[in-house]
Design a protein around this ligand. Structure first.
Ligand SMILES: CC(C)(COP(=O)([O-])OP(=O)([O-])OC[C@H]1O[C@@H](n2cnc3c(N)ncnc32)[C@H](O)[C@@H]1OP(=O)([O-])[O-])[C@@H](O)C(=O)NCCC(=O)NCCSC(=O)C[C@@](C)(O)CC(=O)[O-]
Ligand SMILES: NC(=O)C1=CN([C@@H]2O[C@H](COP(=O)(O)OP(=O)(O)OC[C@H]3O[C@@H](n4cnc5c(N)ncnc54)[C@H](O)[C@@H]3O)[C@@H](O)[C@H]2O)C=CC1
Length: 426
């Protein structure tokens, strides 16, 4: 029997026999969460178990007048606290306003080896009605939902590739499989009209629609314990300006935005790779890598605007196979795809706000390392009872793993001394 034909338990047993997995690690992978057995065994290939992450809540994110409790799956301390912090400041100022372009997905069918590429282009343009019929027949239920083909364009690339670009409306789905199905159906028919070779029939992950989120902040609401709000606002504007001229800073600026976005996307069971690919393309579209958000002073207020592609689906893909993704969707208050996109873009904006405010104020380490202490203490081996003492020791002392282990050893030996004193007293 092949590896991929076995059950997850059999696969773990094989990896143990082969010497690449220990019994203890196998038990970790086998530990159960809410994943149904069939999903664990069959959603992806060669599955040997589960990989769990904490699910945090960015509290009270006010978007278009509605409060959202936004779930995000994340491993990095301070990300969720920062998102809640940004959401708190935004809510004090009336919240985030967000909008999204009409949802679209684009597929390309590219031909090569054509005797006359320009004549081939005219042939395709003359067959647009047939292409529309092929798209409809490839997925009739999408037409019944009001989706389907939005438009066809044809272009010649490098004098030899004929590119047929199909813009599709996949309604509430992300539309990747839909686009691929349609592209292959169109390619099969185009092949009968032209004597060239079909090179590729696939969706593009290049940005299709954009989501825009905006917030306007009274500078006084940005004050930290030591820095006044107007100073913070001025520095946030300067940090934004710096990101437009320094691509190295822009990448980090955008990482701060993706801190919230990727976690929220993951929690909904959506494809995080599609987000990473399209955001990278969008940020670099001008030829210089740019920040996704811009902060300016406008009529006495600090105004932040974030624009980014968010190719998500509210149905389809893995969403239906992951009960926690559906629960996260309900918890987030994502009543439809547009709401999900708007809330997640708003999350990116307030996440960015919190990071820039920290950079403009006490620096990132003050808040981040305070919370990072938990991760260090856990990594050092502290159990739940030992955590508070070790976290306190780390915050007062040196914040690294070597010191965490030393402090933990001290805590344990002090406990032993305490215990033996108590025993002697008994
Ligand atoms: C970390 C904070 C929030 C502390 O912030 P603070 O002002 O020291 O803490 P606070 O006690 O005054 O709390 C303020 C609010 O933060 C939230 N908050 C506070 N503590 C918690 C907690 N334990 N759990 C959940 N939420 C928490 C909560 O909303 C709270 O309001 P409250 O509810 O109390 O009225 C702040 O320093 C901050 O926002 N820092 C930014 C941290 C950050 O961005 N971390 C990401 C990792 S760094 C990175 O990856 C990218 C970056 C930053 O380099 C990007 C870039 O350079 O642009
Ligand atoms: N390059 C990429 O990004 C690629 C991504 N993928 C994967 O494709 C998946 C997403 O593909 P989709 O086509 O979105 O999902 P899908 O393949 O599950 O199709 C969506 C399904 O939902 C049905 N549906 C029910 N109600 C609907 C509604 N209201 N609106 C729209 N459809 C409705 C559709 O009929 C369709 O059968 C993701 O899991 C992604 O990881 C697949 C190939 C390539």
């Amino acid at each position: 029997m092949k590896f991929y034909e076995k059950t997850p338990e059999e696969r773990r047993a094989q990896l143990i026999r082969e010497g690449s997995l220990t019994q203890a690690d196998a038990r970790l992978f086998a530990a159960k969460s809410s994943l149904p057995a069939a999903t664990e065994a069959k959603l992806i290939e060669n599955s040997i178990g589960e990989f769990s992450l904490p699910l945090g809540i960015a509290r009270n994110l006010l978007v278009n007048g509605q409060l959202h409790q936004v779930p995000l799956a994340n491993e990095e301390p301070s990300v969720v606290a920062a998102a809640s912090n940004g959401a708190r400041i935004a809510a004090e100022n009336g919240g985030v306003v967000a909008r999204v372009d009409p949802h679209q997905v684009v597929a390309e069918v590219v031909l090569t080896d054509l005797a006359d590429v320009k004549a081939a282009k005219q042939t395709i343009l003359a067959h647009q009605a047939e292409i529309k019929a092929v798209v409809a027949a490839a997925h009739p239920s999408m037409i019944q939902r009001g989706g389907g083909l939005v438009g066809v364009t044809v272009s010649v690339l490098a004098n030899r590739f004929l590119k047929i670009r199909l813009t599709l409306d996949p309604k509430e789905a992300m539309g990747a499989n839909y686009a691929n199905t349609v592209a292959e159906a169109v390619a099969a028919v185009v092949k009968t009209w032209l004597n060239g070779t079909i090179l590729v029939s696939i969706l593009t992950n290049a940005p299709a629609e954009l989501v825009t989120a905006t917030v306007q902040l009274d500078p006084t609401t940005l004050a930290t314990k030591t820095v006044p709000g107007d100073v913070i606002a001025k520095k946030i504007v300067q940090l934004s300006e710096l990101a437009f001229v320094d691509p190295e800073r822009a990448v980090t600026h955008n990482k701060g935005i993706l801190n919230g976005v990727i976690g929220a996307v993951l929690a909904t069971g959506n494809d995080t790779r599609a987000i990473a690919a399209s955001v990278g393309a969008f940020a670099a579209a001008s030829g210089q890598y740019q920040p996704l958000s811009r902060w300016v002073m406008h009529a006495g207020k600090l105004e932040g605007t974030l624009q980014m592609p968010l190719p998500l689906g509210a149905v389809g893909g893995a969403i239906g196979a992951l009960p926690v993704a559906q629960a996260a969707r309900r918890l987030g208050g994502y009543r439809d795809l547009a709401t999900m996109q708007q809330v997640i873009a708003a999350l990116g904006l307030v996440q960015n706000l919190a990071a820039l405010r920290a950079l403009a104020g006490p620096g990132i380490q003050a808040g981040h390392m305070k919370l990072q202490a938990n991760a260090l203490a856990i990594a050092a081996g502290a159990d739940e009872r030992e955590l508070p003492a070790l976290v306190a020791a780390l915050r007062e002392g040196q914040m690294n793993l070597a010191h965490a282990k030393t402090y933990l050893a001290n805590i344990r030996s002090n406990q032993k001394v305490g215990q033996s004193k108590n025993e002697n007293r008994d």
